[in-house]
Design a protein around this ligand. Structure first.
Ligand code: SF4
Ligand code: SF4
Length: 266
């Protein structure tokens, strides 16, 4: 298996597909290639992948990131990219592959669900929301395309539970394709740190929101704050929104005026 998220230059020589594009695929333990693809690969993780895998493994997102991920960086935007860390042992297997397949199957990452379909996001353009481009991986080691079921991209995404995940992560797409990047702007190290904390380490972001002066500094309805306190995925959507404010100065939140009511009394 390969990573399913790449940038448009990876499309050269590849067959692109629309939502209604057809392909044949079947994967299962009866195939000679079973499990061989879950080693020595780049699996790019989305923020929801990190959150759901951490919860599935009963870990904090902080520990999951430290134990199971590596952070890379895109060349053009210097955007951090979080990938699953393969084992050091011979063949570099995925830490979650077992003799009977994926041991975290119900919470397997977005890229593992989408394979053999890949996604490329075109760069941000003024006044034009970027549309994802799908393409087919045609790896020689994968026997899944030999006489498999006929799928469309839309049916595959639904079957693999990707549509619901994409809905939850809509705010993340807005972030990584933000018009701020138009013209070649890059994230500096401080912004990279903010991006990683808010998007990929929800337990640290929760501390930041609830154990600092955050709720005093922004106008957030108490009921809304209570939802964020109890619902990880609502907090993640809020983290994407706050990140646009913090990185790009987009008015996605309202800051309270500094110093109102806090002046020293005579
Ligand atoms: S997470 Fe599961 S499906 Fe993905 S590479 Fe690892 S074992 Fe394979
Ligand atoms: S069919 Fe492809 S995805 Fe499935 S186990 Fe074989 S190589 Fe991996």
């Amino acid at each position: 298996m390969n990573t399913a998220v790449e940038t448009p230059h990876c499309l050269e020589g590849r067959k692109t597909l629309g939502e209604d594009g057809h392909f044949q695929f079947h994967c299962g333990p009866e195939l000679a290639c079973f499990n061989t693809c879950c080693a020595d690969i780049n699996i790019i993780l989305t923020p929801l992948d990190v959150l759901r895998l951490a919860r599935h493994l009963q870990m904090t997102t902080t520990l999951f990131r430290a134990r199971h991920t590596v952070t890379l960086q895109t060349k053009d935007l210097q955007l951090p990219v979080v990938a699953l860390k393969m084992e050091e042992s011979a063949g570099h297997p995925c830490p979650f592959v077992g003799p009977h397949g994926c041991r975290v199957y119900d919470e397997r990452p977005w890229a593992c669900r989408m394979y053999p379909i890949g996604l490329a996001m075109p760069p941000a353009r003024a006044g034009q929301p970027p549309e994802p481009l799908y393409f087919l991986f045609e790896d020689g080691f994968c026997h899944g395309r030999e006489g498999g079921t006929d799928w469309t991209v839309a049916r595959w995404r639904r079957d693999q539970g990707v549509i619901e995940r994409d809905r939850i992560e809509r705010g993340f797409r807005k972030l990584v394709t933000h018009p701020w990047f138009i013209g070649g702007r890059k994230l500096d190290p401080r912004r990279q740190e903010v991006f990683l904390m808010a998007c990929y380490d929800l337990d640290r972001f929760r501390e930041f929101v609830f154990e600092s002066s955050f709720l005093k500094r922004f106008e957030i309805d108490p009921e809304e704050a209570a939802t964020y306190a109890r619902d990880d995925e609502a907090l993640l959507a809020f983290a994407f929104r706050w990140t646009r404010f913090a990185l790009f100065g987009e008015p996605t939140l309202t800051a309270r005026p500094i110093g109102v009511g806090s002046g020293r009394k005579r």
